[in-house]
Design a protein around this ligand. Structure first.
Ligand SMILES: [Zn+2]
Ligand SMILES: [Zn+2]
Length: 156
């Protein structure tokens, strides 16, 4: 996205639109499908020789859950996008593409799960523990972690 400084009115302006998700240059990431363009809503202002752009970015994507492998959709949001650039002359055009790309990518979950309470698949028999229970016993060395997990689940 390019902002031409000469077109920014005094007092700034609100801009909204969509940018193709191609700018993310994600290529093929397994377990991830981008479902929408990047929607942006910015407040654009020139403040004492600097271009100040603040706003939000959002995009919809589908992920494979890291625990149960089910596909789920999620909106990825950047609630506090901000970009400040010094501008020397009004003829300049400032390209925000790289800033948008970085912030959007950082907002993606590292470990996508369909819900924080997802029980995942049994590591022994492969049953989806969200739907069924099985009679497998988890390996003994996992028990400390399970206990912690159960405390967390009770807190949710
Ligand atoms: Zn899941
Ligand atoms: Zn099992």
């Amino acid at each position: 996205m390019i902002i031409e400084l000469s077109r920014v009115p005094d007092g700034g302006e609100q801009v909204e639109g969509e940018e193709s998700a191609d700018i993310l240059k994600l290529g093929d990431v397994s377990g991830l499908t981008i479902l929408s363009p990047i929607c942006y809503r910015f407040r654009v202002e020139l403040v004492s020789g600097e271009l100040v752009v603040r706003g939000t970015l959002a995009l919809r994507a589908a992920f494979d859950c890291n625990r149960c492998a089910r596909r789920f959709e999620k909106e990825i949001r950047v609630p506090d996008f901000i970009c400040v650039r010094e501008c020397r002359e009004l003829a300049e055009a400032i390209d925000l593409t790289e800033d948008m790309r970085e912030d959007m990518i950082l907002a993606f979950p590292n470990y996508p799960v369909c819900s924080s309470g997802c029980r995942g698949l049994c590591p022994l028999c492969g049953v989806d523990l969200n739907e069924k229970t099985c009679s497998c016993r988890p390996p003994a060395d996992n028990s400390a972690w399970d206990a912690l997990d159960q405390i967390k689940r009770r807190m949710e």
